[in-house]
Design a protein around this ligand. Sequence first.
Ligand SMILES: Nc1ncnc2c1ncn2[C@@H]1O[C@H](COP(=O)(O)OP(=O)(O)OP(=O)(O)O)[C@@H](O)[C@H]1O
Length: 764
Amino acid sequence: MSSEEIEREQAYVDKLYARLDAMRENASGRLDQVLLQSGGTHQARSERDSIAAGYHDDITEYGGLENGLCFGRLDFDNAERSYIGRRGLYEDSPERAQLLMDWRAPAARPFYLATVASPEGVRVRRHIRSSGRAVTGIDDEVLDLTAVDTSGHDAVTGESVLLASLNARRTGRMGDIVETIQAEQDRIIRADVRGILVVQGGPGTGKTAVALHRAAYLLYTHRRELTQRGVLVVGPNTTFLGYIGRVLPSLGETSALLSTVGGLFPGVVAEREEGPEAASVKGSIVMAEVVERAVADRQRVPGEPMEILVERDPVWIEPAVAERAREQARRSLKPHNQARAIFAEIVVDGLARQIAERIGADVLDPDAPNLLEEGDLAEMRAELAEDRAVLAALDELWPVLTPQRLLDDLYEWDDLLEAATPMLTPAQRAALRREPGGGWTPADVPLLDEAAELLGDDERVMREKARREKARRERIAYAQGVLDIAAGSESYEFEDIESEVLTAFDLIDADELAGRHEEEARLTVAERAAADRRWMFGHVIVDEAQELSEMVWRLLMRRCPSKSMTLVGDVAQTGDEAGTTSWEHVLSPYVDDRWRLEHLTVNYRTPAEIMDLAASVLAELDPSLEVPTSVRETGTEPWTSHVDDLAAALPALVAREAAAVGDGRLAVIVPSGSLTELGAAVAAAVPGTAVGEKVDLESPVVVLDVKRAKGLEFDAVVLAEPAAIVAESARGLSDLYVALTRATQRLGIVHSGELPAGLTRPGE
Ligand SMILES: Nc1ncnc2c1ncn2[C@@H]1O[C@H](COP(=O)(O)OP(=O)(O)OP(=O)(O)O)[C@@H](O)[C@H]1O
């Protein structure tokens, strides 16, 4: 392509960036203005908060567009032309002529779908390559071969753009694919938002990429509903979330919350590890009943009259009264903590009547009516309801519980555990046992959530929350008052804003104001959703959805009552014992057969040479499972090396591979049981190696186990002792399949023991 043509496109791209810069400056100026406004009604304040949050989102989005703002151009048969980019841009003029079309706009679809066979009115599709703001190349695809003189164009090169991107070195962060979305992917990305869409696809077929682009597409197309309610994206572990974390902002969205299952219960960090037995029991659907029983077991009736000393006089909670109280409280169908008030009222009334009988009786005439009146009785009830001994008795019979307390007690006390789990085997019960304060695991999260549903909020906690919110508002109003006095006016002239604010900041508590800005203006929908267990998302996207347990599905269905969901996964890659090998099994309890299934069939990651090997392992796992077709070959066969002492030999082999990938990324995937030992051996010999749980994926070499490698990809992979990986878990063959399909260029296998079936091929 001629350099004039590149220059011409550069001039256009410069114009786009100039417009973007102006928009960014404008948004920053407006944000500053909003943050400095003050006072007004509660409604005015909250309107300002949301306006400020909007500007903040815009600025974040503009900042993410420094690379490849514009990547395509469509020339139509009717001589019209559209530039396609990561967001739409319009001229700053009354006509608002479109400068750049958002890739998600319906009119941009031909960029992804048009072919020579079906050009959809497109004459030429142009790919514009760039680095930062500089245009570096242009590739044209002539689609309407009859309508155009092709002599001025290069050969058809659509594929070359895709292959260039697939062959590029990995950085440790996932990038977006907006420039090269393929037709089968485009159809999924733009599928109807309603209902549950399951995307089944083998490794490397772009499930993660498609899921994230779908999030961006839905937020664009259904902006009003979804930016308010947000989109939840659930991924398998924090390493993975770090890997995909920058894809969405670069697509221009801040209304998506990325979370692991462990992060879905606000206030709890569920990072403890536990054995597969415990995780498997906790994930099973019977736990819904276990939690229900555990709550019911905390609503007690004493076996015999329970004595309480009220001001040194004994009174008794009679079993019959407590029974009636419990029944009425349960019949209210209120959650446990709220129903306690009903229980307490009836019990207290019983106590008040006992006392009334004693002190109101006519000593001269036992048959005479009680001397106390209804008013006296009411007063007595009020006093008893506050009495320490009565409260202690109520706490014993119907304690106010947090979900954490309920589960802590359940796991700790044999009698509670036994009572709540008659349907479990002794071994399953033993797997649940835990000492107090042991920390939460991801499998506890749906149980905490289940408990929270049944327990409801503690009214005391709610009162405390309301009190704190009121105090916060008052502090702000106070600070604002000072600010207004300092500035001498309630409304500012914007030219003078800086000097006035500086004075005010000097005079009052700057932290207070900074905190207020932080708290109120900076909270995105995603942040607000993260802090609120009851948040109901507009759409839920789950990656590696095959790993989710039945209990997690229950939680997710609660968070998305509209059941608008996209679930991507591969039932051949299930590693978690509580995970699934059947979509139908997990979905039918919620939506029966009302869900749609789409398939992705092309592997964009793993070259054919590596996929051949992975295919033999998949055949061992289940011959009926289909292997996705690799889109490219590299000419490099995987190598196998048999060694006597793995820990001694591995570092040198890793160093050799690291040299072979140059500035790319290399992963050493090892059995979980040897992670520490092999990690240390490699780290000691190969500079820049990161090992373990939360590895920095941007390191040149990382050592991890399959669980943490899930969903990730690297230029090269060295797989250590595959037979041990297979032996480590009930789903070991699936784990091996996952490990084999992480590489984009090179794969090596090092083993000291036997090779597992499927991998026994002649090596290097
Ligand atoms: N249309 C595309 N254009 C460019 N790259 C693509 C395209 N589709 C997928 N890729 C790339 O292929 C690789 C694999 O994609 P992704 O991680 O989304 O696959 P996956 O199906 O989630 O894999 P796995 O099940 O193994 O986790 C990524 O590097 C992704 O960017």
